[in-house]
Design a protein around this ligand. Structure first.
Ligand SMILES: C[C@H](O)[C@H](O)[C@H]1CNc2nc(N)[nH]c(=O)c2N1
Ligand SMILES: N[C@@H](Cc1ccccc1)C(=O)O
Ligand SMILES: [Fe+2]
Length: 282
């Protein structure tokens, strides 16, 4: 499903009706398979706030969730709602939704043959991966602020810099809890193999989050990340939301882009990766 495949007559905000009743038993079964595998894995891996959000939402193990039911609960807790979209939407459409506390979630679900990795966010990645943390007031405010920041970054022509901050936090972030490293990035928690790789594998670097460093560091969209950035608490993200990025954009835009696996001398390393996974594939 790509931008050009959109059905004619789409709304200008690219939302569609989820048409929950039209999901087939096979599509619900794909959800059930993904859900069962993932939840088994996430106890002791996903951060506490993610697990709490999941428990408080009408997300069943055997059925693709109905966005109307998710929105009813989310609205009460953090003012968010989930809207259905056919797939990736243009940047400014995406940011405009987030800025108004509407989370655009893929209406489609991956094929049974694509269980492990897909490029485009489907309902499992978006709802299982992103929605539980929208129940957390900090993340709820952070993502709304990101939407506002995205519109601003787009205006300034520095979307690539901001996208890296989103990527290394909302999609692939790690957080250090008292009882150890935990996942909060949606791209990790919705992936069986990466949920293991990101925490257990000695291959990737794990580096303490540093805003300019993250803004300067490119990322992988086709494979596991070579570096994960670690925050000490989700509160750190809210500080980002309240930091004026404009002067930072100026500074970082002058610097060379860092390759995903780079380690700088000033990096505070939680783990220096041995690179086995990515070196084997180069
Ligand atoms: C940087 C850019 O805004 C970002 O990749 C957006 C683009 N459009 C999207 N569209 C949807 N539906 N979901 C997304 O996560 C995104 N990501
Ligand atoms: N504070 C950023 C916006 C932002 C919010 C939340 C996350 C990331 C960025 C800015 O000044 O543009
Ligand atoms: Fe995502």
């Amino acid at each position: 499903m790509h931008l050009s495949d959109l059905p004619p007559g789409q709304r200008d905000d690219w939302t569609i009706d989820q048409q929950w009743d039209r999901y087939t038993p096979e599509q619900h079964q794909v959800w059930a398979t993904l859900f069962e595998r993932q939840t088994k894995l996430l106890e002791g891996r996903a951060c506490d706030e993610f697990l709490a959000g999941m428990r408080a939402l009408p997300i069943a193990p055997d059925k693709i969730p109905d966005f109307r039911q998710l929105s009813a609960v989310l609205k009460q807790h953090t003012g968010w709602e989930v809207v259905a979209v056919p797939g990736l939407v243009p940047d400014e459409v995406f940011f405009e939704h987030l800025a108004n506390r509407r989370f655009p979630a893929g209406q489609f679900i991956r094929e049974a043959s694509q269980l492990d990795y897909l490029q485009e966010p489907d309902v499992f990645h978006d709802v299982f991966g992103h929605v539980p943390l929208l129940m957390n007031p900090i993340i709820a405010d952070y993502i709304q602020a990101y939407g506002v920041g995205g519109l601003r970054a787009k205006e300034k022509g520095v979307l690539d810099l901001l996208a890296r901050v989103y990527w290394y936090t909302v999609e692939f972030g790690l957080v250090e809890q008292k009882d150890g490293l935990r996942l909060y990035g949606a791209g990790i928690v919705s992936s069986y193999t990466e949920s293991i790789f990101a925490l257990d594998d000695p291959s990737p670097n794990r580096v303490r989050f540093d805003l300019p460093r993250v803004m300067q560091t490119d990322y992988r969209i086709d494979d596991f990340q070579e570096t994960y950035f670690v925050i000490r608490h989700l509160d750190e993200l809210l500080q980002l939301a309240h930091t004026d990025f404009a002067p930072l954009y100026e500074q970082v835009a002058q610097r060379p882009v860092l390759q995903p696996g780079t380690i700088l001398p000033q990096d505070q390393l939680v783990h220096r990766g041995i690179g086995t996974y990515h070196n084997a594939k180069r």
